[in-house]
Write a protein that binds this ligand. Structure first.
Ligand code: NAP
Ligand code: NAG
Length: 301
């Protein structure tokens, strides 16, 4: 097949994806969030912070986490001013078992029930991961101590937090929302460490979804596949570059991303793709992996 034919196929898939996306009534009821109890991780900045504000506007009771306590205090104050029925924080490192335990225990103590667990944090205690995007291949700098820490913070903690919260979620017929990314469906040439975590999350949480169905437990598991999102850290990074503004124009707005994720979680969607153009890429990788490998050779992160 020629390059043109492949390109046409991608365009057709994208068009179908967009068509389905825009015409699909997901039955979202904003009122369902009023008084709902929500734990969100990674809320000192980025998509997590924005989700905290949107849950707040919908009248939810939220508990947020991250390492930086000063930022969490500010986010809690703003969430209250926006309409959160309650807003609390737990400052901690999700790479540590006891901080994960403290988070879920605090939710239980403050709320007495849990409707939503939104697993969103992403980081490392050893490196600035944002400075690693697109820079080196794994083979140029195979940093195993970093990899072990990264798995702890971003994969093992997700499994730990979900396991701790499951008894509460089963009681409330609640919702689990797990943040992945396009690198959790498609391989990039410079993100092997990140893909290890995101593909791992897909493996674990997609299996958990089936297990819960088999056990007739009404807990939904929503995997969020997000593309390039204009978060404050992404903005700061690209503003420094000459072509930065051009690249930032391609990034999806953070408020609409947060809204798509909140809707997907509330309506018990199996997966949410945002922006929707990541959907055809993920599907293409599933059916034509060789083609996507070669596309990725030309891709810059
Ligand atoms: N932005 C994008 O373009 C993009 C693309 C694909 C996927 N995603 C996914 O979307 C989610 C949110 O991304 P984002 O861009 O909004 O992230 P971000 O701006 O980098 O924020 C990450 C959050 O995680 C927290 N965090 C980092 N390490 C932590 C640790 N050890 N313990 C507890 N909290 C920790 C950070 O707070 P502290 O530093 O205060 O701890 C911060 O609040 C992530 O799962 C990410 O993989 C984002
Ligand atoms: C997101 O913010 C922009 C302005 O920054 C606004 O035009 C748009 O309506 C907002 N969208 C949502 C879903 O809040």
């Amino acid at each position: 097949m020629s390059r043109l034919a492949w390109a046409s196929l991608v365009v057709v898939l994208a068009a179908v994806g967009l068509g389905v996306y825009w015409n699909y009534d997901d039955g979202f009821d904003p009122e369902s969030l009023r008084g709902a109890t929500v734990v969100i991780t990674g809320c000192s900045t980025g998509i997590g912070e924005e989700m905290a504000y949107q849950y707040a506007r919908l009248g939810a009771k939220i508990l947020i986490t991250a390492r930086r306590e000063n930022r969490l205090k500010e986010v809690v104050a703003k969430a209250k001013s926006l309409g959160a029925q309650e807003a609390h924080y737990v400052a901690g490192d999700m790479g540590k078992a006891k901080d994960c335990e403290r988070t879920i225990q605090t939710a239980k103590k403050k709320f007495g029930r849990l409707d939503y667990l939104v697993l969103n944090h992403d980081g490392s205690n050893l490196k600035n991961i944002h400075e690693m995007f697109g820079k080196t291949s794994w083979d140029d700098d195979p940093d195993i101590p970093f990899f072990v820490d990264y798995l702890h913070v971003n994969l093992i903690s997700y499994v730990r937090l979900a396991s701790l919260a499951l008894p509460l979620l089963k009681e409330s017929k609640g919702h689990l929302v797990v943040m992945s990314g396009v690198h959790g469906k498609v391989p990039f040439a410079t993100l092997a460490w990140g893909s290890a975590v995101k593909f791992g999350l897909d493996g674990f949480f997609s299996s958990l979804r089936v297990e819960l169905m088999k056990a007739q437990q009404d807990v939904s598991v929503t995997l969020a596949i997000v593309g390039f999102i204009r978060t404050p850290i992404v903005e700061k990074m690209y503003e420094k570059r000459e072509d930065g503004e051009e690249i930032l124009k391609m990034a999806a707005p953070i408020n609409e991303t947060a809204q798509a994720l909140i809707r997907g979680g509330a309506t018990r969607a199996r997966e949410v793709y945002y922006p929707s153009m990541v959907w055809p890429l993920a599907k293409l990788r599933a059916v034509l992996p060789n083609l996507v490998d070669t596309l990725m050779l030309k891709m810059e992160v």
